[in-house]
Design a protein around this ligand. Structure first.
Ligand code: NAD
Ligand code: WQD
Length: 342
């Protein structure tokens, strides 16, 4: 990068956001994190500075507060926005759909209004493979029908649709919608990583908490799927590879107006037992587990076609499952209680 651009990172104190801020700072961008800390800790800001040796701006605020967003953008003029802020717990979204529509959908509307009124028209948006719903075919490419099966996924789909309509109405926008598959792992320093509140829903944080002794047993949801070993298959992607995808997205957008939708995954599926096995190798011990019935709503297999990201973003995931497990374990070992010192 030649000129030093400033990026507003909503949700930048969160799991994927913090790794992306490290990547941005390392290639010379200036970073303004805007986060209400509803699912993160201010300690993350210190850790990002420690890893990079660089300074950044942190503004505590809610994306639903347009005035606060505009004030932030007036105080810290930005060239582009990377929009991570959102709630992401699928089960909670089924129980409290309004909370998700308010936070994710209304929040994104207020952000887009604040951007328009501040004359910022470049955005990279965190969408999810969850917008595809049940696979009609695999691997999922970006043309696969979109049919999310829960309110969380609906919020992602609606925001995607809003972004597409904005582009139709005013084609001077530069928009990249990134559909992440299953982000795991942590920065190799072990200073930042995923810090789930309460009982983790996702596989790797759960395995990590069993390995560190915080939970007794991993429940494996289903061993009768039509997969390599009967357990569910997903496309796990190292969070630092994912972070790099955002740098490529900004580079792709910089020259001209465009709208791109791209999957970010490895293109390779791994089963629950393969993940467990790789994690056991990282920990160098066995991890107690038990087979249970299938989890409602789960599909047998999900993995990405990554052609668009490979060819247009010039991006490819580099790290394998062993690195993902090693780095996730390193973070968990160094921070058994996450960012909470107790
Ligand atoms: P995260 O919860 O760690 O990070 C989200 C951040 O947004 C948190 O720091 C939280 O405090 C902040 N936030 C939430 N609501 C806000 C609001 N109203 N105003 C300001 N800040 C707010 O989650 P993550 O795993 O880093 O996910 C980042 C994004 O990527 C989310 O939009 C998520 O839906 C999406 N995504 C995540 C995954 C995944 O498995 N982790 C997969 C696909 C997509
Ligand atoms: C992976 C596999 C489980 C936990 C979810 C969201 C999705 C996305 C990522 C944001 C499955 C099995 C899990 C456990 C298990 N997030 N499993 N025991 O379901 O692919 O996706 O997170 O956009 O929206 O739905 O990921 O990590 O929950 O599950 O056996 O304790 O591990 O059945 O096969 P999933 P996951």
């Amino acid at each position: 990068m030649t000129d030093s651009k400033q990026i507003l990172v909503t949700g930048g104190a969160g799991y994927i956001g913090s790794h992306t801020c490290v990547a941005l700072l390392e290639v010379g961008y200036q970073v303004v994190i805007y986060d209400n800390l509803s699912n993160s800790h201010e300690e993350v800001i210190h850790r990002i500075k420690k890893i990079t040796g660089k300074n950044l701006t942190f503004v505590k605020g809610d994306i639903r507060d347009k005035d606060a967003l505009k004030e932030c953008l007036a105080n810290y003029p930005c060239d582009a926005v990377i929009h991570f802020a959102g709630l992401k717990a699928v089960g909670e979204s089924v129980e409290q759909p309004l909370k998700y529509f308010d936070n994710n959908l209304v929040g994104s509307l207020r952000l887009l209004e604040a951007m328009q009124e501040s004359n910022i028209k470049t955005i990279v948006f965190s969408s999810s493979a969850t917008v595809y719903g049940n696979p009609v075919y695999l691997p999922f490419d970006e043309k696969h029908p979109l049919a999310p099966t829960n309110p969380y996924g609906q919020t992602k789909l609606y925001i995607e649709e809003i972004l597409k309509d904005i582009f139709k109405s005013a084609s001077d926008w530069q928009i990249c919608i990134l559909r992440y598959f299953n982000p795991v792992g942590a920065h190799e320093s072990g200073l930042i990583g995923e810090d789930p509140q309460g009982v983790p829903n996702n596989l790797m944080p759960f395995i990590a908490q069993v390995a560190v002794g915080k939970r007794d047993t991993l429940n494996i949801w289903g061993r009768d799927y039509d997969t390599i070993d009967g357990t569910g298959v997903r496309d796990y992607i190292h969070v630092t590879d994912l972070a790099e995808g955002h740098i490529r997205a900004l580079e792709y957008l910089k020259d001209s107006s465009k709208l791109l939708v791209a999957n970010l995954g490895t293109g390779k599926g791994s089963s629950v037992l393969q993940v467990l096995n790789a994690f056991e190798q990282a920990v160098k011990t066995t991890i107690p587990h038990a087979f249970k019935n299938r989890r409602p709503g789960d599909v047998a297999e999900a993995y990405a076609n990554t052609f668009i990201a490979n060819s247009l973003l010039k991006w490819k995931a580099k790290k394998d499952l062993n690195s993902m497990c090693r780095d996730h374990w390193h973070w968990q070992q160094k921070n058994p209680n996450g960012y909470n010192p107790k």
